[in-house]
Ligand binder design. Structure first.
Ligand SMILES: NC(=O)c1ccc[n+]([C@@H]2O[C@H](COP(=O)([O-])OP(=O)(O)OC[C@H]3O[C@@H](n4cnc5c(N)ncnc54)[C@H](OP(=O)(O)O)[C@@H]3O)[C@@H](O)[C@H]2O)c1
Length: 258
């Protein structure tokens, strides 16, 4: 395995892709071996702003060597990125959200042959928050739980993948699948419900808070990302971590324990 992780980056011209390329160059822990954009993208063939000497490619050249595929395309490009990792038999890290059940099933199938890590949120702070939420939900089984999330005006999916991840942590803590309410809701709260509330405004990078409310008291566990760099840095940590692992399904929680 190379000491510097060689990354095949899908979604290189997007917001996350650019942040990953910039940080990889600045911190020197990873090398972007290929910067892949959507076929027909206006960026195809242009010089990469953060990787001098390389340009955006519409397809992955067979002669480019990589240790891991890193996917930040969203649901539209996920299939191409996963297919590239499977074809090469290398690790796959994806931050894409809004995936269909078919795409999630394909990821599970791939995990029998290659190591895969799906993270709706690459922030190490969110990984810790997820653990705290599971613990709080377990300790307070009768309290109402609401998850509030806010993102920038261009975000495509709602509730965010991170909000759903935190909802899963509540379910794991309670060892039960809770009935889901929201984002739109009217009428009184149902017993044992898990509620989601969504805000889309301005350039908000990502804010999540989990409310646990009892009678006369409330806990709020919150995380606020003020820079996309926290996700990009976590993505690079995850990519370095998964290179050379045995096949299986991994999460940021596994990365935390190293
Ligand atoms: N895990 C995390 O920490 C984290 C953090 C932030 C965002 N996200 C998620 O990451 C995804 C991307 O977010 P973003 O804000 O960077 O979105 P974005 O700016 O829209 O970037 C996505 C990029 O992927 C490109 N693309 C689409 N299909 C492709 C394909 N087949 N091959 C290569 N590139 C392809 C898009 O090209 P076109 O625009 O030309 O279609 C676009 O440039 C979303 O699902 C978002 O929710 C995850």
């Amino acid at each position: 395995m190379a000491t510097t992780t060689r990354i095949l980056l899908f979604g290189a011209a997007g917001r996350m892709g650019e942040a990953i390329m910039r940080l990889a160059g600045a911190e020197g822990r990873a090398h972007i071996a290929a910067a892949i954009v959507r076929s027909g993208s206006p960026s195809a063939g242009l010089a990469c702003a953060f990787a001098p000497g390389s340009s955006y490619l519409q397809a992955l050249p067979t002669d480019v060597v990589g240790d891991v595929v890193l996917d930040v395309t969203g649901a539209n490009g996920f299939d191409d990125a996963l297919a590239a990792a499977c074809a090469r038999g290398i690790g796959f890290v994806s931050g894409s959200t809004g995936l269909s059940t078919t795409q999630l099933a394909a990821l599970d199938a791939a995990s029998r042959r290659i190591p895969v890590l799906l993270a709706a949120n690459f922030s190490l702070g969110i990984a810790v928050l997820t653990r705290l939420v599971a613990q709080a939900a377990r300790s307070l089984p009768d309290w109402d739980v609401e998850i509030v999330e806010a993102h920038h005006r261009l975000k495509r999916d709602a509730p965010s993948g991170t909000a759903l991840l935190l909802g899963d942590a509540v379910g794991q803590g309670r060892q039960a699948a809770l009935p889901v309410a929201g984002p739109a809701r009217c009428g009184p709260r149902g017993k044992g419900e898990l509620g989601y509330a969504v805000i889309r405004a301005g350039d908000i990078v990502g804010e999540h808070s989990v409310w646990l409310a009892g009678d006369g008291e409330r806990i709020e566990l919150a995380h606020r990302a003020t820079s996309r760099d926290v996700f990009a840095r976590g993505a690079l940590v995850a990519a370095a971590w998964i290179a050379g692992r045995t096949p299986g399904r991994y999460a940021m929680d596994d990365v935390l324990d190293v």
